[in-house]
Design a protein around this ligand. Structure first.
Ligand code: GLP
Length: 270
């Protein structure tokens, strides 16, 4: 795991955008795994700016989102379909037919989930997966106790997550209890994972993910077994890391050209 500690969430978003920029320019047909939540918003804003002002071209990319609430129409204000449309897709030149999100209204969730996995494989697999982290250590919506080998499927949210996500709804009773999410095993097959974590509320989950044991109690901890993970955390989210000084030292010692391209060669080998 490469841990990059940035002074602020804004600088973390810029670092992540520079990594994405390299990926999209080096591999214009890249397959990107996308995440929702507050965390990637700064990253998406910077990608939009780079598209509009610097010609960053998304016309060849394919996208797969991690998750969606069950029972919400795409048009619902809190749906992840709507979130992605408003915060990224409407502002860049991604081809609509290459955008994929789990369908929260699917009549047969199991059949839909199998099909979603097939589509990811048919696209050649995910090159770079953007991730946030839940306060309880979830990635996507893989809550604690999720199988570390799980695939796309229906999940039930924990109270911690329902509580954390109620801010997007009128009240807590409106938060769906069920979701469709890529599995931990699905995420682990991405060639590169880029996880962002900002703010003190994430400090314990970040510590458990980076320095705790690999355990289904903190699904994000399985990323320790992934060969190419970049974690970008601001000072607040990194505050509980015992080896923070070492991560800073490693990153500062890298040659400039390598700082945002560490794992890029893995995308260009095939
Ligand atoms: C949500 C999403 C995750 C996200 C996490 C953190 O419920 N399903 O993909 O990473 O919880 O959200 P936030 O970025 O708003 O803190």
């Amino acid at each position: 795991m490469e841990v990059i500690i940035t002074p602020s969430p804004e600088e973390g978003a810029l670092s992540a955008a520079r990594i994405l920029d390299h990926v999209v320019r080096a591999k214009p047909a890249a397959v990107l795994g996308l995440a929702t939540g507050s965390t990637p918003l700064g990253l998406y804003r910077e990608l939009i700016r780079r598209h509009k002002e610097e010609g960053l071209d998304f016309s060849g990319i394919t996208t797969f989102n991690l998750d969606e609430y069950v029972g919400l129409e795409a048009s619902h204000p809190a749906s992840y379909h709507r979130f992605m449309h408003e915060n990224l897709f409407a502002e860049i030149n991604v081809a609509p037919e290459r955008i994929h999100l789990p369908d929260g209204m699917a009549a047969d969730v199991n059949a839909f989930s199998r099909e979603y996995e097939k589509k990811i494989r048919a696209a050649g697999g995910i090159d770079l997966q953007i991730l946030g982290i839940g306060n309880d250590g979830h990635i996507g919506f893989n809550e604690p106790s999720s199988s570390l080998a799980s695939r796309t499927r229906l999940k039930t949210l924990t109270q911690v997550t329902i509580e954390a996500n109620k801010r997007f709804f009128n009240n807590i009773d409106e938060v769906p209890r069920h979701v469709i999410t890529m599995g931990v095993g699905t995420i682990m097959e991405a060639r590169i994972c880029l996880l962002l974590a900002f703010g003190e509320k994430k400090a314990e989950a970040v510590r458990a993910m980076v320095e705790g044991p690999v355990t289904a109690n903190c699904p994000a901890s399985v990323l320790q077994l992934h060969p190419r993970v970049v974690v970008i955390a601001d000072e607040a989210a990194a505050a509980s890391l015992a080896r923070a000084d070492y991560y800073r030292y490693v990153f500062a010692a890298k040659p400039e050209w390598q700082k945002e391209t560490t794992f890029l060669p893995a995308l260009l080998e095939e």
